[in-house]
Design a protein around this ligand. Structure first.
Ligand code: PLP
Length: 454
């Protein structure tokens, strides 16, 4: 029987169920009102997700009072951990002044200035309420600026939930086409007609193959979207030369290059573009720039961003949004970036590097095949015996074993994303990293153990 058979999964699940009866009750109730009991589909895991009660620093507490050391940072949205006093103070001060206004605010200028000063390529920026909206606006801007209808995205890349973005996020089977020339696959039912025609898919970490697709399509191609670290697919960093090739070919052919830095912004003070030394035309931001509150942003070249300027008449692209640039989110974002200094980033990056190394050691000692990916404070665990360089390399991972390890870590008081990825916040210190590795060792030691729990 394979190690990850349902019988062996049962050991962790039984423990999990015993620890989380209040979560189970809440989840059963939630399903009466919400499809699947929640409003974020990737957060579901079997048998039911632990219901969150509160967070303090690097610790989360579920409804049953279980304490979890958090290695998700709400999926990279919280770079400083939960309830950081500097962020809370800024939010409280803004709450007293007002939560939303029918006019621009001074905090908007401050956060815009911070982003323009940090990110070399960003000359102008606009705020939204989510990364999804930022990506949708940037795609529209690229089409408007170039007058071309198509955009290219990376296979396995995630840019939120607009129709254009929901193409080939998790393609499988023969319909996905050749690895070097992927075919566009719908990632949701109900996409607008012709979406697949207008979204071209390129491979990740194969610059030559990606360039061939871009060259073949360029007369009708407005932009190429890429995450410098492929996040949802498992924190897979771009390899040397890949982003450079995309930059060269797009510049040569008049196609805009868009970096989605919603996740990768944290890898360096000036984001992934600073780390990789490649300058895009436009950038999508989200998650941590809102300090735990809803906020997205898009920005880049002034000539492209001028499409959103209403000061000289009706803008080329209208960009309303009742809660755009919400001042509470701006206050939390400013406070977060104030503390996410070059030194702070260096520290979490060092911890990320150290954790990835120790994870490799723990898997090797246990004799469990695993590939650990990541960059800076981002990590991905892939239960496979070969290198992971793109989305297709993740297709044969042992998902049952991954789930068992996820539940096992949960039982040991450590939380990662159910898909095996995680992030390091500034609230996590050496002690917590060591706890992670101890927990992982304990879980791996239980792999294959099918003794019923007493
Ligand atoms: N882009 C990337 C790389 C993301 O990881 C995400 C969210 O996970 C988004 C865009 C969408 O952001 P949001 O969830 O704020 O809509």
């Amino acid at each position: 029987m394979p190690l990850s058979s349902p019988a062996s999964l049962g050991v962790e699940e039984e423990r999990y169920r015993r620890r989380t009866p209040a979560s189970e009750r809440c989840y059963i109730e939630a399903r009466r009102y919400l499809p699947g009991g929640d409003s974020r589909s990737p957060l579901f895991y079997s048998p039911y997700p632990a219901v969150m009660d509160r967070g303090e620093g690097c610790r989360l507490f579920d409804l049953d009072g279980n304490e979890l050391i958090d290695f998700t940072g709400n999926h990279s949205a919280l770079a400083l951990g939960y309830g950081h006093p500097h962020v809370l103070g800024a939010v409280e001060r803004q709450l007293e002044r007002g939560t939303c206004f029918p006019g621009p605010t001074e905090p908007q200028v401050r956060l815009a200035r911070m982003l323009v000063e940090r990110i070399g390529s960003v000359e102008r920026v606009r705020f939204t309420s989510s990364g999804t909206e930022a990506a949708a606006n940037v795609i529209r801007a690229a089409r408007a600026f170039t007058g071309r209808p198509k955009v290219a995205k990376v296979e396995g890349g995630y840019h939120g939930t607009s129709d254009d973005a929901l193409v080939s996020t998790h393609p499988t089977g023969p319909d996905a086409g050749e690895r070097s020339r992927p075919r566009s696959q719908p990632s949701a039912l109900g996409l607008a007609p012709r979406t697949l025609e207008n979204v071209v898919v390129i491979p990740f970490n194969d610059g030559a193959a990606a360039a061939r697709v871009i060259e073949a399509e360029h007369h009708r191609l407005a932009a190429v979207l890429v995450e410098p670290v492929l996040g949802s697919a498992g924190m897979i960093p771009a390899e040397r030369g890949y982003l450079e090739t995309l930059r060269e070919v797009t510049r040569r052919l008049g196609v805009l290059l868009i970096f989605d830095e919603v996740v990768s912004f944290r890898v360096a003070y000036g984001g992934g573009e600073e780390h990789f030394g490649v300058v895009p035309d436009l950038t999508i931001l989200g998650k941590l720039i809102g300090g735990g509150f809803p906020l997205g942003a898009f920005g880049g070249r002034q000539d492209v961003m001028a499409l959103f300027d209403p000061s000289a008449g009706r803008p080329g692209i209208p960009h309303p949004g009742s809660l755009n640039a919400n001042p509470i989110s701006l206050a939390a974002g400013i406070a977060t970036l104030e503390l996410l200094t070059r030194d702070a980033i260096e520290t979490i990056n060092r911890r990320g590097e150290s954790l990835r190394g120790r994870m490799r050691g723990a898997f090797a000692e246990a004799g469990v095949a695993a590939e650990i990916t990541g960059l800076g404070s981002l990590f991905g665990i892939h239960l496979t015996g070969h290198p992971v360089r793109d989305f297709r390399d993740t297709l044969d991972v042992d998902t049952a074993l991954r789930h068992r390890i996820f539940l096992g870590l949960h039982n040991e008081g450590v939380l990662i994303d159910p898909r095996g990825v995680g992030t390091i916040s500034t609230a996590l210190g050496e002690t917590e990293l060591e706890r992670f590795i101890e927990a992982l060792r304990a879980v791996l030691a239980r792999v294959g153990d099918r003794t019923p729990i007493r």
